[in-house]
Write a protein of this length. Structure first.
Length: 134
């Protein structure tokens, strides 16, 4: 009996080599860095948040240091200031669980996409995604 191969390719179907794909990402990052003249942040913490690049909108997840398992999801264009306001008690919804730390921050150029992602993270499937992936 003749063995029939499956429809999934055994090898990668990309026409670019893995090295070329990696180099393309580095070139793009250098170009973007040159355009803004500032460093890119790969992970935001409260200390790093003061070095954010203007023109971005951040969807962030805060984790309470006071109560384990308590999270808050929000959207801002100034992450450092927003975290300071959460920790100062200026945001009624988060005041009683302060202090907070940044668990995850994702930068978007487009506010509409950032707002859509924030809304998604506030759904049950979005919360499950955040628990598993972020």
């Amino acid at each position: 009996m003749e063995e029939v191969a499956g429809s999934s390719p055994v090898e990668s179907t990309s026409l670019r080599s893995p090295r070329q794909r990696h180099e393309d990402c580095r070139v793009e990052a250098r170009v973007q860095r040159a355009e803004t003249g500032r460093r890119w942040i790969t992970r935001a913490t409260t200390r790093q948040a003061s070095h954010t690049v203007s023109g971005f909108f951040y969807v962030y997840i805060l984790e309470s240091e006071k109560m384990a398992g308590r999270f808050y999801t929000g959207l801002t264009d100034d992450l450092a200031d927003r975290v300071r306001r959460h920790n100062a008690g200026a945001v009624p919804h988060t005041a009683k669980f302060a202090p907070w730390r940044v668990k995850t921050a994702i930068a978007f150029r487009d506010r509409t996409r950032a707002a859509a992602f924030e809304r998604y993270l506030k759904t049950s499937s979005g919360r499950a995604f955040a628990r598993k992936r972020l």
